[in-house]
Design a protein around this ligand. Structure first.
Ligand SMILES: Nc1ncnc2c1ncn2[C@@H]1O[C@H](COP(=O)(O)OP(=O)(O)OP(=O)(O)O)[C@@H](O)[C@H]1O
Length: 241
């Protein structure tokens, strides 16, 4: 069994300080500070073009032109809006990609079972629905036993019903595995359904931090949910209907 250092650490799974990123003269990140505690889900909300994906890419180590400091002491895995499966590899081989150590086959099978695809391991990506392909992408992240999941609009390309199912799946997996998550979204409801805290990215900085205290099973019908939704929509400049 692989050792799991970070989940036993008393401390954050992500710390970022003064993160900056510009594209030519355009400053997208102007000094972002954020912290994600072990087991915590933080939603990163912001308008289109506010720099959410840029920040996630920087934190995931996919952009080496950024400034500032950030540390991820444990294992991290990324799920993007597109599943990014290799079309020439079967589902199970996509999940196994880059894995080493004992019993890779067993670990892959367990991860696929956890996302509800126990019998689809031999399928090619082209044979999977959009929701199934995204489940494989979640299994590929899960099998790495992450302390932190970095999620960039992971359900943004799915239909509304599939999206709800995937949100439920993420909550279940989180409860079972205890990973922390940084969830990039522009969907206010998704942020409130999943997150312990919402960070609002605006003007290249975290302009506001909103704790979400809606209990273990938040419902859009709850007046407290409605009040937070309105506050966030106001903040994003969406007028009341
Ligand atoms: N490779 C790049 N080259 C030039 N500009 C870029 C590049 N990547 C991002 N940008 C710019 O940085 C800004 C932030 O983009 P980013 O994709 O991070 O925003 P976002 O908040 O994720 O938006 P959305 O919600 O629409 O996905 C945008 O103005 C975008 O045009």
């Amino acid at each position: 069994m692989a050792t799991r250092p970070a989940r036993d650490l008393i401390g954050p799974v992500l710390t970022a300080r003064a993160v900056t990123r510009s594209f030519g003269p355009t400053v997208v990140l102007a000094g972002v500070d954020l912290t994600v505690a072990a087991g915590e889900t933080v939603a990163l909300l912001g308008g289109s073009g506010s720099g959410k994906s840029t920040l996630l890419r920087v934190l995931a180590g996919l952009d080496d032109a950024a400034g500032g400091h950030w540390t991820l002491p444990g294992a991290a895995a990324v799920v993007f809006q597109e599943h990014r499966l290799l079309p020439w590899k079967r589902a199970a081989d996509n999940v196994a990609l880059g894995l080493a150590g004992p019993d890779v086959g067993g670990r892959v099978a367990r991860a696929l079972a956890e996302v509800g695809l126990a019998d689809r391991g031999r399928a090619w990506p082209a044979e999977l629905s959009g929701g199934q392909a995204q489940r494989v992408a979640v299994a590929r992240a899960l099998v790495r036993e992450p302390d932190l999941l970095l999620l960039d609009e992971p359900f943004g390309a799915l239909d509304a019903l599939t999206r709800l199912r995937m949100q439920g799946l993420l909550r279940r997996l989180r409860a079972q595995h205890g990973f922390a998550a940084l969830l990039v979204t522009h969907d206010v409801e998704e942020a409130l359904l999943l997150a312990d805290r919402v960070l609002l990215l605006d003007g290249g900085v975290i302009a506001e931090e909103i704790p979400v205290r809606l209990g273990p099973a938040p419902s859009p019908d709850d007046p407290a949910f409605g009040a937070l939704r309105r506050r966030l929509l106001d903040r994003l400049g969406v007028p009341a209907a």
